[in-house]
Write a protein that binds this ligand. Structure first.
Ligand code: FAD
Ligand code: N01
Length: 542
C-alpha cells in the first residue's frame, strides 16, 4: 500500500483500472466503474478536478455550447441538484460544477492529485499495465483508461526569442489561479483562436495599450450571453429524458433537426433569412448548419463566409482593420468558429491595435517586447500567448506508452493516429482512450461524447469480466477499416482543406491527418452499439 501525494489515504498499488485525468471524463469514469464494483484509481496532474476548467482560467473563458447542453445528462438527481446561471457559463462556474460533481459522488477519495503519469508499460506475461508516476509510484492495473483530454497539452509558442522577454508572460491555458491585473499595462496578445477572442475584449478594458498579433483571422459570432433562455429550458423541463436522448441521437450532441435546405440552390432571400436566424441564436451548431451543403461545397460555404464578413465590416470602423479581421483562407467551420462578446468592436478602441502577421511577421521576441519584420520594435509589459494546443494526440503521446512487443504509441502514431472507433489502438491491449482520435469528440458537444465513451468502455469491462476475459485488443483489419472510413468521411467535406488543429496543422512536424470523426455523433453511436451487438466485432478477447 502506498500513500497519495496529499497523504489523505493509503492507495493500493494494484487495481483493476487506472484512469488518467480528472476532467469530466475521468470523473464520470470513476463514478461509473465504482458502481460496477471495479477497484479504480484516478491520477491527475493538476491539484484538483476539472481538467480544461481547472487550467484555462484566462479572462473571459466560457463554454461555447449552451449550458443547457454542456452538462452531464446521465443522472436526473445530479441535474436536479444543479442550476446554471447563464446561457454560457464562465470558467469559475464550470469549475465549480466539476467540483460539485466530485462532491456529489464522493469522488476525490480515489483521486491522486499533483500526480502525472509519465510512463505506461504493457507486461504481456502479467496481462497488466505497469504505470510510473511523477511521484515515483509504480502501479499495476489490468486496464488503463486515458481520460487525458483533447485540448489539454499546450502548444509551444515557437517564436524566436520567446524565453528572452523580461516582462510578464502568460499562457491562456496555464493562467495563474489568482488572476492577472493588466491595469495600466502595455499588453500583447498572440493568437486569435477561441481563447484569444474571448480574452481580448476583457484585457482591452484594463490595459493602457493592447496589441493583438493575428496570424490567421477566425470567424466569430456574438454569443448573446445572458440568462438561460426560456425556449431552451422549456423542452428540458417538459421532458428531460427525451431531450437528453435527442442529444445522444443528434449529429453534434445538441438536439437540432438537420436541414434539407441547400445553400447553392436557395434564392438570396432564403439564404439571408436562414443565416440571420442562425446568427441571432448566438450558438455554434445552428450557424454550422445553416445549409445542408455548407461543409461539403465551397460555393455553399462561401455564402456563410461572406455574410459573416459583412457583419465584421458593419462593426469595425476602419476598413483596413475590418478586412484584416475577415477570414479568406479557410471555409467556415473548417477551423472551429468562435463565440465572442464584443470582440470585433474592441478594434474600434483607440488603444487597441491589430498587427496582421501575414503582412508583417514577428521577427523575434526581445527583452523588451516584439520585433516585427519591417523593422518596427514594440515594447510591452506583458505578453499573453493564446497559441493553442497539440490537440487530440498531444496528451496521449506525452506519456511514454509502450505496448505489446515494445511498440510505443509515439512511434505507431508518428504517421498519424490509428485507432478502432477512437477507443483503442492495436498493439496496446486493455488501453482505452476517451474521446480519442477517430471519434466525434471535438466536433460535438463533448459532454455527450464523453458520456457515450465512458458508458461504452464501462460496459465493455463489465462484459469482459462476465465472460471470463481479461484482455481486449482491436484486430488489424478492424482498425484499418475504421481509419479508412473516418478518412473517407472527412475527405468528402471541406474540413481537410484548412490548416487547422483538427488537421494537426498548428504543430510543426505533426502529420496532416483529420483527427476527429466527422460522420456525426448519431452515426458513430450506432457503429459502437453495433460492434457490441455483434459480440465485440473487430476486437480480439482472451
Ligand atoms: P480535460 O478536461 O482536458 O481533462 C484531462 C485531464 O487529464 C486534465 O486535468 C489533465 O491535467 C489530465 N492529464 C493529462 N495528461 C495527464 C497525465 N499524463 N497524467 C495525469 N493527468 C493528466 N467542449 C465543449 O463541448 N463545449 C465547450 O463549450 C467547450 N469549451 C472549451 C473551452 C476551452 C477553453 C477549452 C480548452 C476546451 C473546451 N471544450 C469544450 C473542450 C473540453 O476540453 C471538453 O469539453 C471537456 O472539458 C474535456 O474533458 P476531459 O475530461 O475529456 O479532458
Ligand atoms: O487555440 P487555437 P485556442 N505565432 O489553436 C495562433 C477550444 N476552446 O486555445 O491559426 C502567431 O484555436 C494561431 O494562428 P493560426 C476550442 O475547441 C473553446 O484559441 O495557427 N500566432 C491561432 O490564431 C478551440 O478551437 C473555447 O495561424 C500563433 C491561435 O494562436 C480550441 O479550444 C475557448 C502562433 C491559436 O488558436 C483551441 O482554442 C477556448 C505563432 N507562433 C478554447 N502559434 C470556447 O469558447 C499559434 N498561433 C468554449
Amino acid at each position: 500500500m502506498q500513500r497519495n501525494t496529499r497523504g489523505a489515504a493509503a492507495r493500493p498499488a494494484d487495481v483493476d483500472v487506472v484512469v488518467v485525468g480528472a476532467g469530466f471524463a475521468g470523473l464520470y469514469l470513476l463514478h461509473k466503474l465504482r458502481g460496477l464494483g471495479f477497484s479504480v484509481r484516478v491520477l491527475e496532474a493538476a491539484s484538483d478536478v476539472g481538467g480544461t476548467w481547472y487550467w484555462n482560467r484566462y479572462p473571459g473563458a466560457r463554454c461555447d455550447i449552451p449550458t443547457t447542453d454542456y452538462t452531464f445528462g446521465f443522472d436526473p438527481a445530479l441535474e436536479q441538484a444543479w442550476r446554471w446561471s447563464e446561457k454560457y457559463a464562465t470558467q469559475p462556474e464550470i469549475l465549480r460544477y466539476a467540483q460539485f460533481v466530485a462532491e456529489f459522488y464522493d469522488l476525490r477519495r480515489d483521486i491522486d492529485f499533483d500526480t502525472r503519469v509519465e510512463a505506461a508499460l504493457w507486461d504481456e506475461a502479467d496481462g497488466r499495465w505497469h504505470l510510473r508516476t511523477s511521484t515515483d509510484e509504480h502501479i499495476r492495473c489490468r486496464f488503463t483508461i486515458m481520460a487525458t483530454g483533447c485540448l489539454s497539452q499546450p502548444k509551444a509558442p515557437e517564436i524566436t526569442g520567446a524565453d528572452r522577454f523580461q516582462g510578464a508572460t502568460y499562457l491562456t491555458s496555464r493562467w495563474p489561479q489568482g488572476g492577472v491585473d493588466f491595469t495600466g499595462k502595455r499588453v500583447a496578445v498572440i493568437g486569435t483562436g477561441s481563447s484569444g477572442i474571448q480574452s481580448i475584449p476583457i484585457i482591452a478594458r484594463q490595459a493602457s495599450q493592447l496589441t493583438v498579433f493575428q496570424r490567421t483571422p477566425n470567424f466569430s459570432i456574438p454569443a448573446g450571453n445572458g440568462p438561460v433562455r426560456e425556449e431552451r429550458l422549456a423542452p428540458l423541463r417538459a421532458d428531460r429524458a427525451a431531450y437528453r436522448q435527442a442529444a445522444r441521437l443528434s449529429r453534434a450532441g445538441v438536439p437540432l433537426e438537420p436541414t434539407q435546405v441547400y445553400g447553392r440552390y436557395s434564392p438570396p432571400e432564403v439564404r439571408a433569412e436562414r443565416f440571420e436566424a442562425a446568427w441571432q441564436t448566438g450558438e455554434l451548431i445552428p450557424i454550422l448548419s445553416v445549409f445542408a451543403d455548407q461543409i461539403l461545397f465551397k460555393d455553399a460555404n462561401e455564402i456563410v463566409c461572406e455574410k459573416v464578413r459583412e457583419k465584421i465590416r458593419a462593426v469595425v470602423h476602419d476598413p483596413e482593420t475590418a478586412e484584416a479581421l475577415s477570414p479568406r483562407d479557410h471555409a467556415f467551420g473548417t477551423k472551429r468558429p468562435c463565440l465572442d462578446t464584443g470582440y470585433y468592436a474592441t478594434f474600434n478602441l483607440p488603444h487597441v491595435r491589430l498587427v496582421d502577421l501575414r503582412k508583417t511577421p514577428i521577427e523575434r521576441i526581445t527583452e523588451g517586447g516584439i520585433a516585427l519584420s519591417g523593422g518596427e520594435s514594440l515594447t510591452f509589459d506583458a505578453i499573453v500567448y493564446a497559441t493553442g494546443f497539440d490537440a487530440m494526440t498531444g496528451a496521449l503521446v506525452a506519456v511514454d506508452i509502450t505496448g505489446r512487443d515494445g511498440l510505443t504509441l509515439k512511434d505507431k502514431w508518428a504517421p498519424g493516429p490509428s485507432t478502432y472507433l477512437g477507443l483503442m489502438s492495436r498493439g496496446f491491449p486493455n488501453l482505452f482512450t476517451i474521446t480519442g482520435p477517430g471519434s466525434p469528440s471535438v466536433l460535438s458537444n463533448m459532454m455527450v461524447s464523453i458520456e457515450q465513451h465512458v458508458e461504452w468502455v464501462a460496459d465493455c469491462l463489465a462484459a469482459l469480466r462476465a465472460q471470463g476475459h481479461t484482455r481486449i485488443e482491436p484486430t488489424a483489419a478492424a482498425e484499418a477499416g475504421w481509419v479508412q472510413h473516418a478518412n473517407d468521411c472527412a475527405d468528402i467535406t471541406l474540413y481537410p482543406s484548412a490548416n487547422s488543429w483538427y488537421m494537426g496543422a498548428n504543430v510543426p512536424g505533426k502529420p496532416r491527418v483529420f483527427l476527429p470523426y466527422v460522420g456525426g455523433v448519431d452515426a458513430y453511436r450506432r457503429a459502437c452499439d453495433e460492434v457490441v451487438a455483434r459480440d465485440y466485432l473487430g476486437f480480439e478477447r482472451s
